[in-house]
Design a protein around this ligand. Sequence first.
Ligand code: ADP
Ligand code: ASP
Ligand code: MG
Length: 416
Amino acid sequence: MVLLVQKYGGTSVANLERIQKVADRVAESRRKGNRLVVVVSAMSGVTDGLLKMARELCKDPSEREMDLLLATGEQTTTALLAIALQSRGVEAVAMTGAQAGIVTDGTHTKARIANVTPRAVQSHLKAGRVVIVAGFQGQTMEGQITTLGRGGSDLTAIALAAVLKAERCEIYTDVDGVYTADPRTEPQAKKIGEISYDEMLELASTGAKVMQARSVEFAKKFGVVFEVRSSFNGLRGTMVKEEAKSMERVVVRGVSLEKSQAKVTLVGVADRPGVAAKLFTGIAKAGINVDMIVQNVSLPTGGKGSKAQTDITFTVPREELPKARKFLEPFRRAGWVKQIVFQEGVAKLSVVGIGMRSHSGVAAQLFRALAAAGVNIQMISTSEIKITVVVDEGMGAKAVRAAHREFRLGGKEGKR
Ligand code: ADP
Ligand code: ASP
Ligand code: MG
């Protein structure tokens, strides 16, 4: 008997009708003789609704209580799905993350999985039950309830598939796979048949929220091959797996856009050893998520005891701008930084593909396409398999379209 881990996201369990459909699908798979662990998210909108309620009561609610609150969303769907299965005569048991043995560190609201002790899950499976596990949540060694960061049900599914050595891990969502760009914003986007962990990771961490980035990292580490597919049809989805030589033929696999970013520029920062270290250590300690960092070349070149100055620009998620402002102002007042410019309304556009390793000129090609579309580039950063540019948020969709067209990712034009 094959062991499958299936994960159903928020839209797939959005109401009772959809939960019934999921129950039909699970029951059918069980009848075929599969052993099943099913991870579910909260009904779509529930996590956001809970967050909103808490923030209406308090601007900065305590993270421990937030976790307790958010974990209820997944608990509801878990129980409802188990009940729907039981009413079909399928033996099923619902479990919280803690009951399923998901042990995490104590970083409330974005906890990391420390280990998984699946004994209880295994014994239910052995007894022939379908095990329904609440995604997105765990428990510390001390018994505190934690959550795994937004989109964290993906991580629960991948982690369970890894420890249980499942035959397959299937991520059911509202799109039928991973596309060359977000199909909601790019109508030409095309489904990708297979994609490497590294490409999926880069896309996920640059705005393609179809998978939680940390879950992809985890899958790569433990070699969990998984499929992203639709819970609304029976079509084959996208396989995410170790890279194969043939994958390198495609230079750009996909394009992603991360909106709601902000840019912070520190003008006139002393250019000597230790300054950036002090600034960014503090920023990290304040829990601010810095991404792209660009430092200008200063003339004369700084060094120990140098009076030279430089400018540093970095991006942060827009919602972290107030925190960044609060943290950085004292540096300006103390004369470490002459001026600080905060700019909202920017987005990051990324093009990703392992083929970039062996092809040159991809950056130039992207820049030409953006220029032709009238999109101004504000910052640039590159990695081995990714080029990211910061653009005006209002130009984001246009930039995606231009890049998508340039690298011939669209359905009609075929792959490059
Ligand atoms: P779930 O609730 O099932 O976890 P999510 O909303 O987290 O689903 O993720 C699915 C959504 O991800 C899709 O509806 C789609 O709009 C978005 N998305 C962004 N980029 C991509 C992409 N490259 N391919 C597919 N979907 C994408
Ligand atoms: N319900 C959580 C969220 O909305 C976790 C998930 O859906 O994966 O982020
Ligand atoms: Mg998701």
